[in-house]
Design a protein around this ligand. Structure first.
Ligand code: PLP
Length: 387
């Protein structure tokens, strides 16, 4: 059997065994509707409340400010559509996840004005650009915390101050930050913050939006009075329990130094891969989450390298999972000023808590040889090096 190593944890992470164990009873004996008043309902209501406390502890907020959703995409949509009205102006960036970008584009087609602030070559937004973009009708700034393709961490605390001074709501997509760096909504100074279970070893299909008390947020889903009337619909109890457990484990992980371990593995991977000729680190110089590295291999078609590595048992990606199969180069890398061919020659390696030092050695035994083989076949590369 071929060994399989998974280094695509920014696309999704494996559910930790403890998370699965915590969820299991809620598919079976604890099946109640959390809104029912009998014992079955009380059991699941208590489980949802406990999970809300765990998520709140991870974000350093009161439990009453956590709204469970069906994932990061829904939380991003709820933040943006919940705050913006026709005629409003919104400030976002060119490197956001599509859950934010396409929500903004939709609003742009329906009477909102959007400013997409640029990033520099490291993939960082200049908070000064955010400030200068503000107008009298700006209602929302939405800038992500950590980028899913490069791992670059934005100066969200500075942006939070700018938003507070201007009296504008600030939303940050923290999906790629949760569980990797400490996230504190008061330090950030945000009004709205998104997380997603499956990006930090919880289940797929569940996430949460932090909503600061007093934020005027219109719901997107109407029905019962679930989630304090902010998100109607019977709760996904097993998913919510799993998200809560993942939040707890993320918290204890920081105390144990899981982030440090990922950073060590990433450091070794990166140092060794950058010894291959005609490679480079995308986003060099930016502060980054500890698990992500994005490297270009000039003269190579990223998709071809992903497929060749998969045949050898190594799972990596060319960027956002949601846009894989797209022929377009990454919008994040092109926004950083990469040439389209270099953007297409870029590969994201993203570590998770399950990865061992042996996994990194496996990658190092696999990637350089595969890159050489593909380059031998590549007329583009031969032209590049002969120049
Ligand atoms: C994965 C991801 C999302 C979407 O979350 P889902 O739970 O998959 O809908 C949003 N933002 C970022 C930065 C992501 O990486």
């Amino acid at each position: 059997m071929v060994r399989r190593v998974y280094l695509d944890n920014n696309a999704t992470t494996p559910v930790l065994p403890e998370v699965l164990e915590a969820m299991r009873p809620y598919f079976g004996e604890h099946f109640g509707n959390a809104s029912s008043i009998h014992r079955h309902g009380q059991e699941t209501r208590a489980a949802v409340d406990r999970a809300r406390e765990s998520v709140a502890a991870l974000l350093s907020c009161p439990a009453s400010e956590v709204v469970f959703t069906s994932g990061g995409t829904e939380a991003d949509n709820l933040a943006i559509f919940g705050v913006a009205s026709p005629g409003d102006h919104i400030v976002t960036s060119t490197i956001e996840h599509h859950a934010v970008l396409n929500s903004c584009r939709h609003l742009e087609a329906h009477g909102c004005e959007i400013t997409y602030v640029p990033v520099d070559s490291c993939g960082l937004v200049d908070p000064g650009d955010v400030k200068r973009a503000l107008r009298s009708n700006t209602s929302l700034i939405t800038i992500m915390l950590a980028n899913n393709e490069t791992g670059a961490v934005q100066s969200v605390e500075e942006i939070g101050k700018i938003a507070a001074e201007a009296g504008v709501y600030f939303h940050t997509d923290a999906v790629q930050a949760a569980g990797k760096i400490r996230v504190d909504v008061n330090k950030i100074g945000c009004d709205l913050l998104t997380i997603s279970g499956h990006k930090f070893h919880g289940p797929q299909g569940v996430g949460a939006l932090y909503v600061r008390k007093g934020t005027q947020l219109e719901p997107m889903l109407f029905g019962g009075r679930h989630e304090r009337s902010r998100r109607a619909g019977t709760e996904n109890v097993p998913g919510i329990v799993g998200l809560g457990k993942a939040a707890e484990l993320a918290q204890t992980g920081f105390e144990r130094g899981d982030d440090q371990a990922m950073s060590t593995g990433r450091g070794r991977l990166e140092r060794e891969l950058l010894k291959i000729e005609a490679t480079g680190l995308n986003g060099e110089g930016a502060p980054r989450v500890p698990n992500t590295t994005n490297i270009y291999f000039d003269g190579i078609e990223g998709e071809a390298l992903v497929i060749a590595l998969d045949l050898k048992g190594l799972a990596v990606s060319t960027g956002a999972a949601c846009s894989s199969g797209a022929i377009e180069p990454s919008h994040v890398l092109t926004a950083m000023g990469l040439r389209p061919d270099r953007a297409k020659a870029s590969i994201r390696f993203s570590l998770g808590k399950q990865n061992s030092a042996e996994d990194i050695e496996f990658a190092l035994a696999t990637v350089p040889a595969t890159v050489s083989r593909l380059r031998e076949l590549s007329p583009v590369y031969r032209n590049l090096v002969s120049k």
